[in-house]
Write a protein that binds this ligand. Structure first.
Ligand code: OGA
Ligand code: MN
Length: 317
């Protein structure tokens, strides 16, 4: 697969579907929303190298201010784990623990940025003991659209709603008391249409998730009602699946423009290290920038428009 990916230009989108060719040793791959690769043997270096074959990678460099150093050797690795600087489990009061709570809601990565993300590649560096939880769950937002009740589907197509996304909003929802003095409305949000064509498959996708603060053109109440019904519909049990992490080196690749995901909790929390690291690929589709200006700002952190709240900054770096 790397050989094939390497030959693609950044504009070329990748399609993956797996068809079993033989019960014990053969498969053909094409257009799936997420794929699980067990025990890949990847380390930080090869994980980042491999990810580059999917397109331009997002990096945390813009967020590192005041001489702060990244935890890893690569600015392209985002920390999805619960580990502190010494390798111990993050304390409950650590700002990063509060920050991480927002990942327990179904979301898509980076929808709060002007340019959204296509693929995320999440790798297990260290896992908690078996049967202590910590799986990752996925929801199929293309099938959610296909199966919507007829009147709702028509309403969405007719109104062509725009969603305003905010990292502040999902962080605050994850830990309302800790982020009590953080007001998402005070910060820039970024705008992406809710109904979009997923270009690699030609199917229609619902672009939603926990960063979605409100739907433009609706009252706050109408917006909440519609958001809750769309999120509820998209994340019904028959539309979701939970994936266990089994061994270090397991890698899950998903397409943020076709599926939502969330971190499953469990008994490991506060007790055992769960060190997951993620690369994130900038979307190269025609709707990558949504309705936003093409600017390299990271609204959740230090944007040119407004400095991030200190609490959020402390949580990320
Ligand atoms: C992520 C994320 C989920 C998890 O890395 O983007 O949401 O299970 N992770 O840790
Ligand atoms: Mn995520």
């Amino acid at each position: 697969m790397p050989g094939i990916l390497q030959q693609q230009s950044p504009e070329t989108t990748l399609q993956l579907d797996v068809k079993e060719l033989h019960p014990t040793f053969g498969a053909e791959i094409d257009n799936y929303g997420f794929l699980v690769f067990r025990n890949t043997g990847l380390n930080d270096t090869t994980h980042v190298d491999f990810s580059r074959r999917f397109g331009d990678l997002d990096a945390i460099r813009p967020y590192m201010t005041g001489g702060r150093k990244p935890r890893y050797d690569y600015y392209e690795l985002f920390d999805a784990g619960n580990v502190d600087g010494e390798g111990a489990v993050l304390g409950h009061d650590n700002p990063r623990s509060h920050y991480g709570k927002g990942n327990a809601f179904f979301h898509v990565d980076s929808s709060f940025n002007p340019r959204r993300a296509s693929y995320s590649l999440l790798r297990a560096a260290k896992l908690p003991p078996p049967n202590t939880g910590g799986s990752t769950e996925f929801a199929d937002s293309r099938t959610a659209f296909d199966t919507l009740p007829e009147d709702l589907r028509h309403r969405l197509l007719e109104k062509d709603y725009v969603g305003a996304h905010s990292l502040h909003s999902s962080r605050k929802r994850g830990s309302p008391s800790f982020f009590a003095d953080l007001h998402p409305e005070d910060f820039p949000m970024h705008r992406h249409r809710i109904v979009q064509t997923h270009e690699p498959s030609g199917r229609t996708n619902l672009y939603l998730g926990a960063h979605l603060h409100h739907i433009e053109g609706l009252s706050a109440t109408e917006s909440w009602q519609l958001l809750w019904s769309l999120m509820g519909w998209s994340t019904r049990p028959e539309n979701t699946v939970s994936v266990d992490w089994r061994s270090e080196g397991d890698l899950i690749i998903w397409d943020n423009t076709a599926v939502m995901h969330r971190a499953g909790g469990g008994a490991f929390e506060g007790k055992y290290v769960r060190d997951l690291r993620r690369t994130t690929v900038h979307d190269a589709s025609s709707t990558a920038w949504g309705l936003n200006e093409k600017k390299d700002t990271r609204p959740g952190f230090n944007s040119a428009e407004k400095p991030a709240s200190q609490k959020l900054q402390a949580a990320v770096t």
